[in-house]
Design a protein around this ligand. Structure first.
Ligand code: CA
Length: 459
């Protein structure tokens, strides 16, 4: 008989918030919110583990924003701007030294709902014809999974050319997410496409869209989107009613899961709205970028080993509160002493509880590997048997066949090195083969055993 019994206060809180969430979203969204519960079995009270993940939330509360060039924000020195629609209507003032007239980057992430809106604004295009390019980088210092569309709201005209990029390695390398242009062929030599043209097979294709950058001014078309939900819908159906199908795909297709995973986003503004084919060189204060709001929804990536992600104010970053005997910012490895089997990501399958794939205590798991043929741990021509012992070539001994047999009694002569098994193992192709192998230290087997444990446990 199965009798779940929630133990911790935190788990109770999660359940309460989930019951609220269930009213707002399709039921499939609310799975995977409990990591473990107590159950009574024939052996008595025990833990039952499930795959779990934090709830999706507004991620813009936890990011840091940086601009390149850093001094591109307007107001230093103060400037007056004209509207794109009417070059004689010039009442938009920007002055960084006055709170009411300053437009710093944080106004892209404040609470909207007030009237008038608050917005970040760049300097005007007074360097024309040199391009007016601005990079806006959003960094979480944590791996997150996007769960809803990214929406940028422009206060002025939307850019004529723009690129959205993502990073999965904290900003070291970048890949495009989507290109945006009034003319994709002209700007990026790409055929224009819309997200509706994507199929399950082409879901990961990077497209250029003309949907969000019209060549003339549409005063009420202010948003630019990166369509996450339309991509989800290719697997989950138009109303996302079949999330099981999506989760199943996410489980089995690593590229798909990675596609929606980021540590950073970069908005590359490449050409501002001009409202016409020709730029009015006599009135460059009509051309600038202004963004009032950026929406990013997502959840911490915890590898299905945590239902809670907490912002540490001292470190200034998010971190998963790991369950299932895992640890690390993304619960990406087993806790100390819990290497009874290798770490593994949790699984969404079978729906709806998934599989926790918990780390188990070393004493409950299989005996750690002593040797491994793939890593060539056995030396001097020795071969690994059942990962537990090296079968040494004649004339060698030791846990890893690292010692010559005659070493104990004195200098070795009966096994000359010429023509005999090499003191170094053969080197088949492959990058791991060139890694330095443990050699025989003077301390003997105990030292070597420690090296082997280090290799097998990663500690
Ligand atoms: Ca704002």
């Amino acid at each position: 008989m199965r009798c779940p019994e929630i133990l911790t206060l935190q788990a109770v809180c999660v359940c309460v918030s989930v019951s609220v969430a269930m009213q707002q979203y399709p039921a499939a969204w609310s799975h995977y919110d409990v990591c473990k519960s107590r159950i009574y079995t024939e052996e008595g009270l025990t833990w039952d583990y499930m795959a779990c993940q934090p709830e999706a939330t507004v991620m813009t509360k936890y990011l840091t924003v940086s601009l390149d060039p850093p001094n591109i924000t307007c107001g230093d020195p103060p400037e007056t701007y004209c509207t794109l629609e009417n070059p004689y209507m010039c009442n938009n003032e920007c002055d960084a030294s006055t709170d009411e007239l300053a437009h710093p980057p944080e106004l892209m992430f404040d609470f909207e709902g007030r009237n008038p809106t608050t917005f970040w604004q760049s300097s005007s295009w007074n360097t024309f014809p040199k391009p007016l390019e601005v990079n806006i980088t959003l960094s979480w210092n944590k791996t997150i999974e996007l769960t809803d569309d990214i929406i940028l709201t422009f206060e002025s005209g939307r850019p004529e050319q723009m690129l959205l990029e993502k990073s999965l390695d904290y900003g070291k390398t970048w890949t495009p997410y989507q290109f945006y242009a009034t003319d994709c062929l002209d700007a990026f030599t790409m055929e224009p496409k819309t997200v509706n043209e994507l199929t399950q097979r082409t879901l990961l294709d990077i497209i250029c869209t003309e949907d969000y950058s019209r060549g003339y001014v549409w005063k009420y078309d202010k948003t630019v989107r990166f369509e996450i939900k339309d991509r989800f819908a290719l697997f989950a159906g138009p109303r996302l009613h079949n999330m099981a199908s999506l989760y199943g795909q996410l489980d089995t297709t690593r590229n798909l899961r990675d596609f929606f995973t980021v540590t950073d986003l970069r908005i590359r503004l490449l050409k501002p709205a001009t409202g016409a084919t020709m730029v009015d060189e006599n009135n460059l204060s009509r051309y600038f970028y202004a963004i009032s709001d950026i929406k990013v929804q997502g959840r911490c990536k915890c590898n299905l080993h945590s239902n809670s992600c907490v912002f540490d104010k001292d470190k200034g970053k998010l971190g998963c509160e790991c369950e299932h005997n895992t640890t690390g910012p993304d619960c990406g490895r087993c806790k100390r002493h819990y290497h009874g089997r290798p770490w593994s990501v949790g699984s969404y399958l079978p729906i709806p509880r998934g599989t926790a794939n918990i780390c188990i205590h070393r004493s409950h798991g299989p005996v750690p590997h002593v040797c491994d043929n793939a890593m060539l741990l056995c030396q001097n021509g020795g071969t690994c048997h059942n990962h537990q012992r090296c079968h040494c070539a004649p004339g060698f001994k030791g846990v890893l066949c690292e010692r010559t047999r005659c070493q104990v009694h004195g200098p070795c002569e009966e096994y000359p090195t010429a023509g005999q098994p090499s003191l170094h193992p053969p080197s088949p192709p492959g990058p791991s083969r060139s890694a330095p192998l443990p050699t025989a230290p003077p301390g003997g087997d105990m030292v070597l055993l420690r090296i082997v444990v280090f290799i097998t446990t990663g500690q």
